[in-house]
Write a protein that binds this ligand. Sequence first.
Ligand SMILES: [Zn+2]
Length: 88
Amino acid sequence: MTVLPERCSIRENGQDCPMPPEFVISIKSKDDEYMVGVTCDNHKKIFGDKLESLQKEGKVPQGSIHFEGLKPVGTACIKVDPNDLIQL
Ligand SMILES: [Zn+2]
């Protein structure tokens, strides 16, 4: 029962990005995968960079950052609240 956000998870200067999401971002660790959020094409790189720095700070799970083109499949579940993380 996953409902993907309708908009990019990035918030910049207190404003939510209005773009529709194009990629699902997840972190793949040894035997688990954490969906972190969704992003539009414009914010894809920024989101990845941000996640890397959050990993260094230990705020998100370690592992490789994975982008997947958004398809209406909905199997992943959100284990990390993007609202807590993605403030630029
Ligand atoms: Zn965006």
